[in-house]
Design a protein around this ligand. Structure first.
Ligand code: ADP
Ligand code: MG
Length: 383
């Protein structure tokens, strides 16, 4: 039977009341898909777009399983950042409003560890943690994970993208009596598949497609850079409109450095981040970019990973991304929060086959354009 309503999920009274208080009329699509298998403690891997209601998609079944008479930690939720960890804790607390004896503790870096050690002494039923801080607490023997039954990796793609794969593996190894593992993600990256492969058994795979309303609006163009070289094309694009924030992705560190210099030389307010920069330097450049001090940021994919980059007006793929998935990540920096974004993809010598493959596999509508004699962009007509 397909589940359409909260009633059909046969949820306990305390959850029904909290859901009613929040004004939710019916479960979101991802919730209708994940709640039944998680109620049965199955492993799941759920791909659903941002804003689709993933927190309660795992939160509802988790709260149903907690035995508040016990003093054991029963659930571990891992998230990539302090902000997300706090947000998840707050939302779960709201959902557990009518079960005040249910204890939820967030654990994250940047707060004195003693404070969190004390919180653990109060015997939470659920912990929500960033991988780094949790490992730190484990090394200090502040908690044990062997009573945990369910582990959730929220924003799994982002977390693993940020380099947490070894930490997450170490943590999962320590959850000796785990019954199930749920992974929720906006995309299913290679690392997400790796974790699934090693730690899940017959996972239920669930996908919620993007709907038009929350799909980012991005006008995507590709441009052959044989007649007009890439540097010149970049300059022309920057002159097209008064972009406030532009990100340019190159495939190598040296190209990133070189292009930033060229742009600076042409009087453009540009800077770069790449893997050879220290984290603090990258953060510094990014702060200027966020504040609007810096107009153009040139970056490698690796340097841009896991950083909280604001909505940008325009993304330029100076080089064809080495993997199709990167293209999705790159252009995802624009067109957020209901605003229209713009992206360009430079196609060089011998790139045609890869371009066709990329367009086909990412199901994106990328329009061919060229510069006319007045340097205006016009749509190219394919034969
Ligand atoms: P995601 O993790 O998929 O990005 P969230 O779990 O943060 O999404 O939920 C996005 C928003 O939708 C939140 O404000 C949440 O309160 C709200 N929401 C969650 N479930 C429902 C529902 N069933 N009906 C209406 N709104 C909901
Ligand atoms: Mg979420």
């Amino acid at each position: 039977m397909d589940i359409q309503t909260f009633e059909q999920m046969q949820l306990p009274e305390f959850i029904m009341k909290a859901v009613a208080d929040m004004g939710f009329e019916k479960p979101t699509p991802v919730q209708t898909l994940t709640v039944p298998p998680l109620m049965e403690r199955k492993d799941i891997i759920a791909k659903a777009p941002t804003g689709s209601g993933k927190t309660f998609a795992f939160g509802i079944p988790i709260l149903c399983h907690i035995d508040t008479a016990s003093k054991d930690i029963q659930v571990l939720i891992l998230g990539p950042t302090r902000e997300l960890v706090l947000q998840i804790s707050d939302e779960l607390r709201a959902l557990a409003k009518y079960k005040p004896e249910l204890r939820i503790t967030p654990l994250y870096g940047g707060q004195p560890i003693e404070k969190q050690q004390n919180a653990l002494k109060k015997k939470p039923h659920i912990i929500v943690a960033t991988p780094g801080r949790l490992l730190d607490l484990l090394h200090r023997r502040s908690l044990k994970l062997d009573t945990i039954e369910t582990v959730v990796l929220d924003e799994a793609d982002r977390m693993l993208d940020m380099g947490f794969l070894p930490d997450v593996s170490k943590i999962l190894e320590r959850v000796k009596n785990r019954k199930n593992l749920a992974m929720l993600s906006a995309t299913i990256s290679r690392e997400v598949m790796d974790i699934s492969w090693v730690y899940q058994r017959d996972p239920v795979e669930l996908t919620v497609p993007e709907d038009k309303e929350n799909k980012p609006q991005i006008a995507q163009y590709w441009l052959s850079c044989l007649a007009v070289p890439k540097n010149e094309a970049t300059l022309r694009i920057l002159r097209l409109a008064e972009f406030e924030r532009v990100i340019i992705f190159c495939n190598t560190k040296s190209m990133v450095r070189r292009l930033a210099e060229i742009l600076q030389h042409k009087g453009i307010n540009a800077d770069c981040i790449h893997g050879d920069n220290t984290q603090s330097l990258r953060e510094k450049v990014l702060r200027r970019f966020r504040s609007g001090d810096l107009q153009v940021l040139v970056a490698t994919d690796v340097a841009a990973r896991g950083l909280d980059i604001p909505n940008v007006d325009c993304v330029i793929n100076y080089d064809l991304p080495p993997e199709n998935e990167y293209y999705v990540h790159r252009i995802g920096r624009t067109g957020r929060a209901g605003r229209t974004g713009m992206s360009f993809l430079f196609v060089g010598y011998m790139d045609d086959v890869r371009l066709k493959d990329l367009i086909r596999r990412t199901h994106n509508d990328v329009i061919p354009v060229y510069f006319d004699e007045n340097c205006n962009l016009v749509q190219d007509v394919e034969e």
